[in-house]
Design a protein around this ligand. Structure first.
Ligand SMILES: [Ca+2]
Ligand SMILES: [Ca+2]
Length: 91
């Protein structure tokens, strides 16, 4: 998998648009919750608790305005990529 910055920002934009259900340019806590529950269902893992969702939302919402911007969301995606790359290294 290639991970050049252009591709990462493209993936970030697509992922953000997928989670931003009402297309208002921000991910609300409710949209994040729906996304996390969906992902858990797809992976067959237990649904995240309300606490886990609040924690994730709070961690992403860097300026604490109650919504997650593309900029804030991109931090999560970059972290995911770093985690994937690190995991590959240890293979
Ligand atoms: Ca939204
Ligand atoms: Ca925010």
């Amino acid at each position: 998998m290639s991970t050049n910055p252009g591709e990462i920002s493209e993936i970030t934009r697509k992922a953000f648009a997928a989670v931003d259900d009402d297309n208002n340019g921000y991910i609300s806590y409710e949209e994040l919750e729906a996304c996390m529950r969906n992902v858990a269902q797809h992976l067959g893992t237990p649904e995240p608790t309300s606490d886990a969702i609040r924690q994730t939302a709070g961690a992403l919402d860097a300026n604490a305005d109650g919504k997650i911007s593309l900029e804030e969301f991109s931090v999560l995606v970059s972290d995911l990529f770093v985690a994937i790359i690190e995991a590959k290294k240890s293979d």
